[in-house]
Design a protein around this ligand. Structure first.
Ligand SMILES: *[C@@H]1O[C@H](CO)[C@@H](O)[C@H](O)[C@H]1NC(C)=O
Ligand SMILES: *[C@@H]1O[C@H](CO)[C@@H](O)[C@H](O)[C@H]1NC(C)=O
Length: 228
C-alpha cells in the first residue's frame, strides 16, 4: 500500500516536471514575433537568426527572389548544381522558418549522402527520374524513384541522397521548414574536416587499415575541393 502511493507521488512529480521542460524534439525555427524581419546580414550583432533591417526602408524587392528560375550550368565533380535559397541568399526569409533549394543533375549526377540538421525537407521532382533515399536512426532505408510531380518527405536531420537514374537531366526543388537548414555532407564531415579526424578513429570505425583511410581522405579532399 505504502509503496503504491510512493509510486503514485513519484509519477505525479515526474509528469508535472515534464510539462515544465521544453521537449528536445522541438527542432523547427522559433515563430516570428512580428509580421516580418528582413535580415540585416551586415549587422555586427550575433543573435539567433539576424537583426531586422529598418522596416521603413523596405520595398517589395525585399520579399522577392528570382534566382531559382535559372537552370544551373556549372556542375560539380558529382554532376550536380545546387542553388541554395536560405536566409543568406534571400534575407527576406529571416524569422519566417522556410527556405528552398533548386538542385539540377546531369545524367548520373549524385547529391551525396548528407543531412540538414535544422529542417524537414519536402522534395518535388519536376524533371527526370531521381532515386531518393533516407535512413532512419534504426538504419532502415526508405527510398523511391520519383518522376515529375512527385514528392518525397525527409524527416529532420536524417541522412539522405538523390541519384539521377534517368537518361537525361533531372531537377528537383526542396523546401525546408527552416530559414537556415544547414547541410553536412557525410563524406566531407568524416574525411575532410579541418583539422582532419585522426586515422585511428576512422580505421577502427570502418574496420580497415590507415592506408585505406588515407586513400579515402585524399580522394574526398580532391572531390569536394574541386566542387564547393
Ligand atoms: C550552379 O549554376 C549557377 C548558374 O550557372 C552558378 O551561378 C552557380 O555557381 C552553380 N552552383 C554551384 C554550387 O556550382
Ligand atoms: C591495408 O588493407 C588492404 C586491404 O585489406 C591491403 O591490401 C593492404 O595491404 C593493407 N595495407 C597495410 C599497410 O597493411
Amino acid at each position: 500500500m505504502a509503496s503504491k502511493s510512493i509510486h503514485l507521488i513519484l509519477f505525479l512529480a515526474v509528469s508535472s516536471l515534464l510539462h515544465l521542460i521544453p521537449l528536445p524534439s522541438h527542432c523547427t525555427d522559433p515563430g516570428p514575433l512580428q509580421d516580418f524581419c528582413v535580415a540585416d546580414l551586415e549587422s555586427p550583432l550575433f543573435i539567433n537568426g539576424f537583426p531586422c533591417k529598418n522596416p521603413s526602408h523596405l520595398t517589395s524587392d525585399d520579399f522577392f527572389y528570382d534566382g531559382l528560375k535559372k537552370r544551373g550550368t556549372i556542375f560539380d565533380a558529382l554532376n550536380v548544381n545546387l542553388t541554395q535559397v536560405d536566409v543568406y541568399a534571400f534575407p527576406g526569409l529571416n524569422t519566417l522558418g522556410m527556405s528552398m533549394n533548386r538542385v539540377d543533375f546531369l545524367p548520373g549526377g549524385l547529391n551525396p549522402p548528407h543531412n540538414h540538421p535544422r529542417a524537414t525537407e519536402l522534395s518535388l521532382v519536376v524533371e527526370g527520374k531521381l532515386f531518393v533515399g533516407w535512413v532512419t536512426t534504426d538504419y532502415i532505408l526508405y527510398w523511391k524513384v520519383l518522376t515529375a510531380g512527385e514528392l518525397f518527405v525527409i524527416p529532420p536531420g536524417l541522412v539522405h541522397f538523390q541519384l539521377n537514374v534517368g537518361e537525361g537531366r533531372a531537377l528537383f526543388y526542396a523546401s525546408f521548414n527552416s530559414q537556415n537548414p544547414g547541410i553536412t555532407i557525410m563524406a566531407e564531415a568524416l574525411f575532410d574536416s579541418t583539422p582532419l579526424i585522426p586515422d585511428p578513429v576512422l580505421s577502427k570505425a570502418f574496420h580497415v587499415n590507415d592506408t585505406i583511410i588515407e586513400l579515402i581522405k585524399s580522394r574526398v579532399a580532391a572531390l569536394y575541393k574541386s566542387s564547393y
